[in-house]
Design a protein around this ligand. Structure first.
Ligand code: PBG
Length: 332
C-alpha cells in the first residue's frame, strides 16, 4: 500500500514563532520609519487635527521635546511641515524662503537641541501661496514651471542654510531636482541630501494633510492634476524616477503609499536606489476611523500595513504611525 505524502510541507516552518522568525524575509524596525510633523508659531501650543486623530500641530518648543522622544524610540528622521499664518501667504510665496520663517527656525532649533535626528524639509510652495497650489500661477491659475523652480531653489537653499539634512521637493515641477542640486553645490552644501518626491500622484488621499497645514478648501482650480501624476500611470512613474536620479536625487519617493505599492516595487526592482514611500494622511485617517469603530485591531493592522511597504521594497516609510509603531516594535 503506497501512502501519499506531500513532498513539501509549507506549514512545517510556520509551526513555531521561532521558525517563523528564522525564515522571515522582511523585518520592520523603528529605523525604517520617518515621522511627519506639523509645526505652528507660539510657545507651548498644541492643536488637534480632527481628521487625523492622535496627530497634532505643535510649536517649536514642544517639537523639540517630541524629537527627543523619537530618538529614544530609534526613529532616525522627521519630516517637517510648517503651518503658515494666512497673513504671510502671498502670490509669490516669498515666506517660503524667509531665513527667519517657521520651517527655518524649527530646523535650526532641532539641529541645535536634538542633532542626532535627521531633519527632512518639504520643498513646495503650497503652504505659502494664497491659492494653495504648489507654485506661481498665471491669470488662468496654471502653475508656471520655471518661475516656480526659481522660488523652490531659494527655499531649498534657506533650508540647507538652516541645517536641514535632507531637502524633499514635493512640488512635481519638471527639472527642479537638477536646479536644486546645482544650487546646493554652488553654495557649498555638497552633503545636503535630496529626497525627491519623484512619483507623486494627484491623489484624493491628501485631504486630511491639507486640513492640517491649512491649504485645504482654497486650492484654486480644485486639484493639482496638471503637475502631480495620473493614478492611471505606472511607466510614467519610472520616467519621473529616472529623471530625478539623473538630476541628482539621493533618494526617491512614491506617494501615496498602500494604493501604490506596485510603483514602490517597480522602482526598487528597476533602479535599485534608496526608495521611500509615504503612507499619507488619508491612509492614516481611514485606518484610525476603522480602529475607532472597533472594525480593525489597531496594533496588528498598523504593523501589517507597514510591513507591506518593506515587502514591496521600501527602505523607509513616512508614516503618521511612526511613533505608535516604534513603541509597539520596541516593546515586542
Ligand atoms: C505639499 C505636500 C502634500 C503632502 C505632502 N507635501 C499635499 C499636496 O500635495 O497637496 C501630502 C501628505 C499627506 O497627505 O500626508 N506639497
Amino acid at each position: 500500500m503506497s501512502e501519499h505524502f506531500p513532498a513539501t510541507r509549507m506549514r512545517r516552518l510556520r509551526q513555531h514563532d521561532f521558525t517563523r522568525k528564522l525564515v522571515a524575509e522582511h523585518n520592520l524596525h523603528p529605523q525604517d520609519l520617518i515621522y511627519p510633523m506639523f509645526v505652528i508659531e507660539g510657545q507651548n501650543q498644541r492643536e488637534a487635527i480632527p481628521s487625523m486623530p492622535g496627530i497634532t500641530r505643535m510649536s517649536i518648543d514642544l517639537l523639540l521635546e517630541e524629537a527627543k522622544e523619537l530618538v529614544e524610540l530609534g526613529i532616525p528622521a522627521i519630516a517637517l511641515f510648517p503651518v503658515t499664518p494666512s497673513e504671510l501667504k502671498s502670490l509669490c510665496a516669498s515666506e517660503a524662503f524667509n531665513p527667519q520663517g517657521l520651517a527655518q527656525r524649527a530646523v535650526r532649533a532641532l539641529k541645535h537641541v536634538v542633532p542626532n535626528i535627521a531633519v527632512i524639509t518639504d520643498v513646495a510652495l503650497d503652504p505659502f501661496t494664497e491659492h494653495g497650489q504648489d507654485g506661481i500661477i498665471d491669470e488662468s491659475g496654471y502653475v508656471l514651471n520655471d518661475q516656480t523652480i526659481e522660488i523652490l531653489v531659494k527655499q531649498a537653499l534657506s533650508h540647507a542654510e538652516a541645517g536641514a539634512d535632507i531637502v524633499a521637493p514635493s512640488d512635481m515641477m519638471d527639472g527642479r531636482i537638477g536646479a536644486i542640486r546645482q544650487a546646493l553645490e554652488v553654495n557649498g552644501f555638497v552633503n545636503t541630501c535630496i529626497m525627491a518626491y519623484s512619483a507623486k500622484y494627484a491623489s484624493a488621499y491628501y485631504g486630511p494633510f491639507r486640513d492640517a497645514v491649512g491649504s485645504a478648501g482654497n486650492i484654486k482650480g480644485g486639484n493639482k492634476k496638471n503637475y502631480q501624476m495620473d493614478p492611471a500611470n505606472s511607466d510614467e512613474a519610472m520616467r519621473e524616477i529616472a529623471l530625478d536620479i539623473q538630476e541628482g536625487a539621493d533618494m526617491v519617493m512614491v506617494k501615496p503609499g498602500m494604493p501604490y505599492l506596485d510603483i514602490v516595487r517597480r522602482c526598487k526592482s528597476e533602479f535599485k536606489v534608496p526608495t521611500f514611500a509615504y503612507q499619507v494622511s488619508g491612509e492614516y485617517a481611514m485606518h484610525k476611523a476603522a480602529f475607532a469603530n472597533g472594525w480593525l485591531k489597531e496594533d496588528e493592522v498598523i504593523l501589517e500595513s507597514l510591513m507591506a511597504f518593506k515587502r514591496a521594497g521600501a527602505d523607509g516609510i513616512l508614516t503618521y504611525f511612526a511613533k505608535q509603531a516604534a513603541r509597539l516594535l520596541v516593546s515586542k
